[in-house]
Structure formats: C-alpha cells, structure tokens
Ligand binder design. Structure first.
Ligand code: PLP
Length: 372
C-alpha cells in the first residue's frame, strides 16, 4: 500500500469489543491476569510497559516509516535519551547544525552513559570519514537540519556508519515520513519529535523511534523505557495517532505554502539569504530532490542587519505567531537565537518559520508588511 493509505489505516482496526471505528483510548494503568496461571490475559500488564492505545500508535509509526517496529516516548528528547542509554559505550558523531537540546544532552549526560561525541558538518562526507573512529558506535543526523536547513546524504552517511560497525540514526522531525523515509535510504533508526508534524496541531508532546529490524537493540531500548519510565500517555498516543491520519495532505499544503514563502523571501531586498532546500540555489537541493518527495514546511532566513532588525520583523507579523516549535496548522515565526539562549551559535539575524496551513497569499502578505 502507498503512504497515504497506510497513514489513514495502520493501527486502526475496529475495536473488537464494540465495533467502534475510531480507536478507543484505554486509560487503564493495570490489566487483568488469568485465574489459571497468573499470566496477563491479553498481553498487557502495567502501563509503564505497554498499553493498547500506545500499541496502535507504534503499529502505525512502523508502517508509515518502513520500519519493522517502533517505540513511543513522552517527548522527542525522551526517545533520543532512551536510545543513547541503550547503546554500548563509545563515540557518537553529531551534526554541527542541529537541534540544540541534543548538543546539551551530549555535553551534560553522555559521559554518564559511557559516550563521547564530536560535532561534525555531516553534509561533508569527507569530513565525516575523517571524524569516524574505531570506537564510533553511531552517527546521528538531522536533514533538513535545525535551524540552518542543511541537507545530508543519508545513504552516504549510512554506508560510512556501517563500514565503521556503527548505526545511522536519523532525526527526521522536519522531513516526516511523508516526505523522507530514512530507513529506506539506509538508516537503522529514525527519531521523530511527534510534538511537531505528526501531532500536527501544537497540542501534544511525544517522541518516537522506528527501527529497521526488530532486533536486540529494540529490546534494549524498550527495557530502558520500562525502567527509566519515559512512556507516552494513552491520551497523547491517541492524539498523535489522530494526527497521523491527516499527515500526507497536511504535508502537501505545508510544502506548497513554504515554496511560495521561500520564493517571496528570496527576492526581497531586506533578506540577506533564505535557507530552504526547495530553492535550486540551496547547496543541498539536488540531494534533497533525490531523498525527499518534497521539501517541507520549514524555512529560515537572514534579515539584512543584525539582531535588532530581525526582532523588528518578527515583532510586526500578524498571521505568523511569535513562538518556538513547529509543525502545527498555524504559522510560527521565531528568533531562534533568543529561544536557544546564551551559548547559541545561531546567527543573531536569523528568523525561523514554520509555515502553516493558512492561505499562502495571506502568509506572503503578512511577511511583506512586516519587512516594509
Ligand atoms: C522538537 C525537536 C526535538 C525534540 O523533541 P521534543 O518533543 O521537544 O522533546 C528533536 N529534534 C528536532 C529536530 C526537533 O525539532
């Protein structure tokens, strides 16, 4: 079946007890056991291990991401942390441009988990080969990356990781499985902050890992989740499952609108540069065309001048809301360096847009008046 069909149906069998077509939310924290042998009657025991609504979401995620299995967590960072805690100790390559909390995780917590790390420009495969060490256990990539929208060659990175005996892990939050399925390109694990496009409505937090194969690594990560406890609640599982049902058509409109906004910005005299992989001038455009079916709804751009000029543009938007996060139906604008705080190496004149599902002309008009 094609992506759109899987997104609508996976994990969606009618409820056997009632015939309900929409999935039920099972809030129970505990499940009855057999009188005969004391074993769980239906495979469920306690909510921190597994629960039925969560299982539906995991089935859906595995199906749409071309994975053999998936695990969901209370946030994207909980998913990432569980995976790193499950790795044998060793060295990890992280993207020089990428989600800032991941760098904090590496700096503050990797040493306790027996891990070391290095930040590498992953879009440069030569630099990656030079940075790989005999003890490299994983390369973590993000494409498009936050906030500079760099594109990495996922198949190329997978072969470098595999030659080194390590894993390629892809944070596909910006791309979503609708546009890029990194497991098909060679990645071993994909991670999604479901807080973003998968939830899709800025009202639920969650994270997921999807695995190329149902092997020992899945069991180790599942054990970390059971013991450390970063599980996703039944209600949040249900909300994300609901979001996935409309992921494909939402992403089509996010991409169309972002294309129009990026084209508008790229011609504006007050804009120094636009980072959007859909623009032919983007250094990763050709790779993005090969490995993505479209270019996504995220854009960043540099305003001529500095911090004050960028903040001044963000101050004037009326349709775009000034807020962090991304992937919801509403458009957001963010002065990223302010959100990342001290220690951020994001350019002070950078604004990041999450282009939503409004009419594209209203978005373009809003930016036009803000840039006046
Ligand atoms: C938001 C985000 C995360 C972290 O996800 P949370 O759900 O906020 O924990 C990780 N990677 C990327 C690219 C993100 O945008």
């Amino acid at each position: 079946m094609r992506f759109e069909t899987k997104a609508v149906h996976a994990g969606g069998d009618s409820d056997p007890g009632t015939g309900a077509v929409a999935p039920p939310i099972h809030l129970s924290t505990t499940f009855e056991r057999s009188a005969r042998d004391g074993q769980p009657l239906h495979g469920y025991s306690y909510i921190r291990d597994h629960s039925p609504t969560q299982t539906r979401l995991e089935e859906a995620l595995a199906a749409i991401d071309s994975a053999e299995s998936a695990l969901v967590f209370g946030s994207g960072m909980a998913a990432a942390s569980a995976l790193f805690q499950a790795l044998p100790g060793g060295h990890v390559l992280l993207p020089a441009d990428g989600y800032y909390a991941l760098r904090t995780l590496a700096a503050e917590f990797f040493p306790r988990w027996g891990l070391t790390s290095a930040l590498v420009a992953l879009e440069d495969l030569g630099a990656v080969r030079a940075a790989v060490r005999p003890d490299t256990v994983a390369i973590w990539c993000e494409s498009p990356s936050n906030p500079l929208m760099k594109i990495v060659d996922i198949a190329g990175l997978a072969s470098i990781a595999h030659d080194a005996g390590g894993l390629l892990i892809a944070d596909d939050t910006f791309a979503t499985p609708a546009l890029q399925r990194s497991i098909e390109l060679g990645a071993d694990v994909t991670m999604h902050s479901m807080t973003k496009y998968l939830g899709g409505h800025s009202d639920v937090q969650g994270g997921s890992l999807a695995f190329r194969s149902r092997g020992e690594l899945v069991q180790r990560v599942e054990h970390v989740r059971e013991i450390i406890g970063g599980v996703l609640s039944p209600f949040n599982s249900w909300l994300v499952l609901r979001g996935i049902r409309s992921l494909a058509p939402r992403m089509r409109v996010h991409c169309e609108n972002a294309r129009a906004v990026a084209q508008f910005l790229s011609k504006h005299p007050r804009v120094e540069s636009v980072h959007y992989p859909g623009l032919p001038s983007h250094p990763g455009h050709e790779i993005a065309r090969r490995q993505m079916s479209d270019f996504g709804g995220m854009i960043s751009f540099l305003v001529r001048g500095g911090r004050e000029e960028a903040l001044g543009v963000a101050a004037k938007t009326r349709v775009f809301t000034r807020a962090t996060s991304l992937g919801g139906v509403e458009s957001l604008i963010e002065h990223r360096a302010s959100s990342e705080g001290p220690g951020s190496n994001t350019p002070q004149n950078l604004l990041r847009l999450s282009v939503g599902l409004e009419h594209f002309q209203d978005l373009v008009d809003d930016l036009a008046q803000a840039l006046e």
